[in-house]
Design a protein around this ligand. Structure first.
Ligand SMILES: NC(=O)c1ccc[n+]([C@@H]2O[C@H](COP(=O)([O-])OP(=O)(O)OC[C@H]3O[C@@H](n4cnc5c(N)ncnc54)[C@H](O)[C@@H]3O)[C@@H](O)[C@H]2O)c1
Length: 383
């Protein structure tokens, strides 16, 4: 194979974006040949092959690979169908609506190890986060002891939530801000510092919007080595804040206002404390502004990597299986909040699935769907 024939399933906000850069040939050795949407009209995509059923597209033989950009629950069912058919699969985030489904999808992928399975976590391509990862991995920060991410600039209006029936419902989406908007940040958090050992979530359901799922979250996280952190997110706050602070024994890294600042301790703070002769002494610091460029077409970069993985076995930036961690964090924060207790990780996916099914069964929300003005999806990406 010299060229990967790709199909997109789900042509809403993000599916259209994928179709646009693929049609403009911004991914090499890749051709968009088919599209599918179960509800939206597809006339504008001709002469591409069009399908109203995702499984029919997968079985058509027309594609080598699919990008699944439907609502969350279908990521699992369509993903499993594609993997079983030997069709390389790039699934939008979250890889599934809940951990038990993510486990099913990953198990299907393990049964077909030659089929490439990736997740759309494009934040991993952004130079500012790559710089942070490099600093942490190189030990420049020392041992990470604390992090704080105030991540409340995911503002969404009532019109956004009313734009389609699946949004912000237990039945259609499986969660709110955690599973949808700031899932990218949860992936970033675990990508940078690994999974915590336990967490306590405080989630407010429908605090700012007429929705039944969480739109405001504060969570306390603890890692096995005693490091801790607070993660705050909301879709109701304007102007909102995006400040990510990671503290290690060698200093503090702050990403805010599109600037990355490293305040570096000359001496490890623990060693300094153990050896200093004065009670109020403190390590000297160096202030370092870390330059970075903004990412250019991060989704296209992810698809290029997916294509390269299919054709040349290039390692995936975001292997699909890694997508389980952000789903688990999102689920655990809501579950902990509903229980009023700390939840140990890894959590039991089946227990949350049962609780989620109860939330679905007990839902009284009557969703009002309305037509909304077309928006520029790109304005929602950079966080
Ligand atoms: N990576 C990113 O930057 C990013 C950005 C936005 C959305 N997303 C993710 O992409 C997914 C879609 O989000 P969206 O905002 O585009 O939603 P959307 O509602 O705008 O679009 C979903 C589309 O899927 C179609 N659809 C529904 N069920 C289907 C099925 N069974 N088969 C085929 N088509 C079906 C709908 O008709 C709709 O056109 C979600 O998982 C979301 O979290 C990712």
């Amino acid at each position: 194979m010299h060229k990967v024939r790709v199909g997109i399933i789900g042509l809403g906000n993000i599916g259209k974006h994928h179709a646009e850069y693929l049609s403009n040939h911004q991914v090499s050795r890749c051709e968009l040949v088919a599209v599918c949407d179960a509800f939206a009209p597809l006339d504008r995509y001709q002469p591409l092959k069009t399908f109203a059923d995702g499984e029919a597209l997968i079985a058509s033989g027309a594609v080598d690979a699919v990008i699944i950009a439907t609502p969350h629950f279908q990521h699992t069912t369509l993903g499993m169908a594609a993997l079983a058919a030997g069709v390389h699969t790039l699934v939008e985030k979250p890889i599934s609506s809940h951990k038990a489904d993510a486990e099913r999808l990953i198990a299907a992928s393990r049964q077909h190890p030659k089929v490439v399975f990736g997740g759309m976590f494009q934040m991993r391509t952004e130079p500012r986060y790559q710089r942070m990862q490099k600093l942490i991995q190189a030990g420049e920060l020392g041992e990470v002891v604390r992090l704080n991410w105030i991540n409340t600039d995911w503002y969404r209006t009532e019109a956004y939530y009313a734009s389609s029936g699946w949004r912000a419902t237990w039945r259609g989406e499986g969660g709110g801000v955690l599973l949808n908007q700031c899932l990218h940040n949860l992936d970033m958090l675990q990508w940078l510092v690994g999974m915590p050992a336990r967490l306590r979530g405080f989630c407010q359901l429908g605090r700012y919007h007429h929705i039944e799922v969480e739109d405001d979250v504060t969570a306390y996280l603890e890692w096995a080595n005693g490091a801790n952190g607070v993660f705050v997110s909301s879709t109701g706050e304007a102007p909102g804040t995006n400040r990510f602070e990671i503290v290690g024994t060698m200093g503090r890294l702050v990403l805010e206002n599109n600037q990355l600042a490293f305040t570096r301790n000359e001496t490890d703070m623990l060693k300094f404390s153990q050896t200093a002769k004065q009670g109020f002494a403190k390590p000297e610091v160096w202030n370092v502004a870390i330059p970075f460029e903004n990412a250019n077409l991060p989704h296209a970069t992810m698809v290029q990597n997916f294509v390269n993985a299919i054709l040349d076995h290039e390692p995936l930036i975001a292997p699909g299986a890694e997508g389980i961690h952000s789903v688990e964090l999102a689920n655990a924060m809501v579950y902990s909040s509903l229980l009023g207790e700390t939840v140990a990780l890894p959590m039991d996916g089946a227990t949350w699935e049962k609780r989620l099914n109860r939330l679905v069964a007990e839902s009284k929300l009557e969703k009002q769907v309305m037509a909304v003005e077309a928006t520029d999806i790109a304005s929602s990406f950079r966080r």
